[in-house]
Design a protein around this ligand. Structure first.
Ligand code: LMR
Length: 327
């Protein structure tokens, strides 16, 4: 009987053939729509990683907070429930104060300056600033410069937002920025913003053209002022223990895929924001308010005190290094 059972097992194994190694499933979760710089960057990473590591990895991308939203994604990464996330740089202040530098209002003149700083030795070292928390930054991804929007007709000078409620990302610098202009900031997950604007829970928000268009914020706001007052970029992060434990060839292939996806997505970001600004204008729902140099100077002056408040946490050296990227 025993013999029979053993030979049946052998026969079954022979029929099934040698066991096939299953590909490593890698989950990449993010909170924005697919037709955004981050959405496209994540899909490009999937395509390249699977091409470079055929049969070895399978990358699953979950957009629009489908898998994890803002509140849960870092925790999920640390627990190993997801392997890559790309939160905006504003969402790291619980993990390191240094990354708050990216939220200082009017620090960078444009996205090219942001890029120069991110590529510098100081910028690159920030990718490791969260290592002690079990997180490894593997790339910066661009979205673009932020604009302000409200449900009011007038949005030109800082006094126009006095007393208004603004949704902000979970960042103490952004909280201080809105307090500096006499507004009331409210931290809120990205997935909740549209409804909060629609129902008047908040009056306004700040974001990039591509995020506003893809979330239809322009349909529930009256005015969008082209302030370019800050940057909304991302750090792609992984779990450092998972990353360090990968077979060397897999880590190498994923690193290459990440570098190429970064280049691809960063090139798209400018185009997407230009396209989506145009589409918002054409939609005719929210009015786009162009600002004069004088207006911009007034916003810069009103938000300026925020720098001093966070200089101790961020470090003056780092701020000075970032400023040199404007030249
Ligand atoms: C936001 O919360 O407004 C953004 O960080 C969303 C994103 O990931 O672009």
């Amino acid at each position: 009987m025993k013999m029979l059972f053993a030979s049946a097992l052998v026969a079954a194994f022979a029929l099934a053939g040698p066991a096939q190694a299953q590909p490593l499933v890698i989950k990449f979760s993010h909170v924005v729509a697919e037709h955004t710089p981050k959405g496209q960057g994540a899909l490009k990473f999937k395509e390249l990683a699977e091409k470079k590591l055929p049969g070895k990895v399978q990358v699953q991308v979950f957009p629009s907070s489908q898998l994890f939203g803002d509140a849960k994604e870092m925790e999920a990464l640390l627990l190993g429930d997801v392997q890559f996330i790309a939160p905006s740089l504003s969402k790291f202040d619980r993990y390191t104060k240094k990354i708050q530098i990216f939220d200082l209002p009017f620090l960078f003149d444009d996205i090219e300056a942001v890029d120069r700083f991110q590529s510098s030795a100081e910028g690159q070292s920030l990718l490791n600033a969260i290592k002690s928390k079990g997180l490894q930054g593997v790339a910066y991804w661009h979205n673009g410069m932020k604009q302000l929007s409200t449900n009011k007709d007038q949005l030109q000078r800082p006094e126009d937002v006095k007393g208004l409620k603004f949704r902000i990302q979970a960042s103490d610098v952004l909280e201080a920025q809105f307090r500096a202009v006499g507004a009331n900031p409210q931290k809120m997950a990205f997935a909740e913003v549209y409804q909060a604007l629609q129902t008047g829970v908040v009056d306004g928000q700040e974001n990039t053209w591509s995020n506003m268009y893809s979330q239809k914020f322009h349909e529930v706001q009256k005015t969008i002022a082209e302030t370019n007052h800050g940057v909304l970029d991302y750090m792609v992060v992984t779990n450092s223990k998972w990353w360090d434990g990968l077979p060397a060839d897999v880590r190498q292939g994923l690193s290459e895929a990440m570098a190429e996806a970064t280049e691809y997505g960063n090139k798209l970001a400018g185009d997407f924001n230009a396209r989506d600004k145009k589409l918002i204008g054409e939609a005719g729902k929210a009015r786009i308010q162009a600002l004069t140099k004088d207006d911009i100077a007034a916003w810069r002056k009103a938000m300026g005190p925020v720098w001093k408040k966070f200089e101790g946490d961020i470090g003056k050296d780092l701020i000075d290094a970032a400023l040199t990227s404007n030249w």
